[in-house]
Design a protein around this ligand. Sequence first.
Ligand code: GLC
Length: 546
Amino acid sequence: MTGTGQDWYEDAVVYTLDVKTFNDSNGDGWGDFRGLIEKLDYIDDLGVDCIWLRPFYPSPLRDNGYDVADYRDVDDRLGSLSDFEEFTDRAHERGIRVLTDVVFNHTSMDHGWFQAAREDPESEYHDYYLWTSHVEDAYDTINIFPEYEDGVWSYDEVAGKHYFHQFYHHQPDLNVANPKVRDEMHDILRFWLDKGADGFRIDAAHPMLMQKGHNGTEEGIWLFKEMRDVVKAEKDHAILLAEADDQPEHLDHYFGDGDTFDLLFNFVLNAHMTYAAGVKDTWPLHRADEILPDISDVGHWANFLRNHDEWNLLKLPDDALQHAREYFGPDDDSSWIFGRGHRLRLADLYDGDHDRIAMAHSLLFSYPGTPVILSGDEIGMGSDLWLDERESVRTPMQWDDSENGGFSEADREDCYNPPIAHGRFSYEHINVADQREHPESLLSRIQRIVATRQDNLELVDGSFHIADSGHRDVFVHRLDTDDTAFIFAHNFADESRESVLQWEVPDADTTQELGPGDYHVEDGGVTFLLDACDYVWLRGDKSHWD
Ligand code: GLC
């Protein structure tokens, strides 16, 4: 493990995967924990030291497992509780920490709590949810899946009342103001820590703070402070990572006084960075820097290029959002979803260009904050728009060019999602085995980017400055600590660029740590010579300057 103390997550590199689609050990078409254990060496070789597992609990899977039917078990298609424990043991042996995904905004309708709640209004579980008999007068707001749901209240025949849901109608919101609900959440957190988890991604943290049905928001952020106290009391190194796609001006709120969330996904940077590298223009990175709050005293960002959901563009200005809709999506608009994003992977957005994908990862890893890699992006996997909704970006990992890409020995139609078998993103063309062999493959380049960051962890504490590179399509920035200056140059253009900077960098004490680009230092300034999509990381030892 890179850091051994409580702040280990500041230095970590996170890899997110879904057990269902990673590796199937028993040939039933579903990835499982035993299959994941077999692939731990691969994850370790990639250089990451933290795995965020997406939900693996019993679930009817109407929302990919974010509809939990039992919080204290493993879906038996994915394995057992003891498989989970063995997995965390094996991961820890390699110095890899494990975060699990907990969905506390809502349960599945199939959860025993909801079943009891709808059947008996006198049951203690009734108040686990939010109900109204007067829907016309009830609090109203926008549903998060507007293409699929008309609103936030649905009628339940069994209860004879409407219940509140911000997501799908099969995901009734939990009444987080009810202390019994919070006690359940705390027990669930303790349960998984006891089984080996090192912390949690808290799903839908923003909706958890919204007004829920007739309850106001007075419970507020202390909901998460309470969770943090529970978690730290159990394991002092355990952390909470928030999924809270809130407005930039509210984001620092999630860190409280440094006593709430440890990490927060940076959706603002996500929209701007992935867009900027794709449209070959650096203005979005300048804008992101302007609109993001300074959180350096209270917490850390978790930065990412893509995740398992739609690529949400709402944080871009309207004209850029419209531009992104047309620029990145297919002409028939079949990738556009929820009025806010593309259900495409990074490789689709960048037209399969491995140089651009590598450059974007280099940029991600050169930013302050904890980088998160979406499994499959390290080899440039694509999406399958024939699949429903966001399942397009959740196809099985492509290990080699054998049947089903080596994911499973089951028939293709029995796989949880069919492996991509045709086209330029098929497992025949894009797979781990192939890329492992080649030092210049995308996988090898991303491995080097991870390793270089791990070798230069001082950059995590550096103060961030953007330079005027002299080109709209070249991004140069710097991270300074007391002793070390890191300078990064990224060329977004499809052509070569020369960028001259007057930043003080004495030649003798400057070394190139990474990247296919070149540079030279003259008269205290530095000139970068960058081919299309090149990147350069420089490191200067400041103690020798002056
Ligand atoms: C989060 C998950 C998403 C899920 C939603 C509802 O946004 O990332 O996949 O659909 O929560 O639980």
